[in-house]
Design a protein around this ligand. Sequence first.
Ligand code: FAD
Length: 271
Amino acid sequence: MNLNTIVEVKRPKSTDAIGQWRDGYAWLAGGTWLFSEPQVAVDTLIDLDTLGWPSLTATQAGLEIAATCRVADLHAFKGPAEWRSAPLFRDCIDAFLMSFKIWNAATIGGNVCMSLPAGAMISLTAALEGVCTLWPRDGAPREVPVTAFVTGNHKNVLQKGELLRSIHLPAAALSKRYAMRQMSLTRYGRSAVLIIGTAGDRGKDFLLTITASTPRPVQLRFDKTPSAAALRHAIDEHLPAGGYFADVHGSAPYKRHLTYHFAEQIRAELA
Ligand SMILES: Cc1cc2nc3c(=O)[nH]c(=O)nc-3n(C[C@H](O)[C@H](O)[C@H](O)COP(=O)(O)OP(=O)(O)OC[C@H]3O[C@@H](n4cnc5c(N)ncnc54)[C@H](O)[C@@H]3O)c2cc1C
């Protein structure tokens, strides 16, 4: 859609070129959400593309995903063989309801900053223990785990003008085994539930990340793969019946039922 309130699009080479942040400014990533509805409070878009950040940087420490990395680029990425969780990139991306246009334009950072329950890049990066690097407008960069970045439906910790620069996935998390389950009420609908489990060898460091059925990621960590009863108990402890996210993509009782069902499947698969 044409955004008829926009009077300027800035294309900076560095974030220093932007100067003082003011109301009416908005970061522009892929634009798939920004251009999908009126933005009456926005008069200036600041395009992140011209900052020229390398999309994906793999090192021994893990994978650095620039906020501007396109979903399509992450889908094409192939990690080293020891990163046993790398196929999860594709599994999560395939769970993300996308047209051709969104597929080629949407960015990982844009998806995380949208902070929607069905944000599949949130599910992915939370499950792989991602840590966000944030650039406040005034002040030193700060690091926040993805699980703490999203605080609710379309809510996160970003301050005015603050930029998500990148997300780091540690090699230790990428090296774990994983199991994933996802369900939508309709074939091409948004996820009603997307749950990912990861575990090290011999079931050590079992981590369950519940997303889509909840307004923000809920993560349960165990030293080793728990029993079915212990897992169910932990879900109830961290996720009371009132803590599920109800919308047109599924009622809270439906999402709660699927959460128990898939969590147990994942536990059994990784055990
Ligand atoms: C038909 C349709 C279906 C969709 N389905 C889904 C879905 O299933 N799940 C889902 O999660 N989303 C969905 N979306 C919403 C959106 O398209 C995606 O979340 C997408 O990943 C957003 O990425 P983008 O790069 O296009 O972000 P943009 O549209 O460019 O930006 C989104 C928001 O994030 C801010 N932002 C972007 N990058 C940064 C950054 N690095 N730092 C700080 N702020 C930033 C922008 O200012 C803006 O407020 C859908 C949209 C449409 C139109």
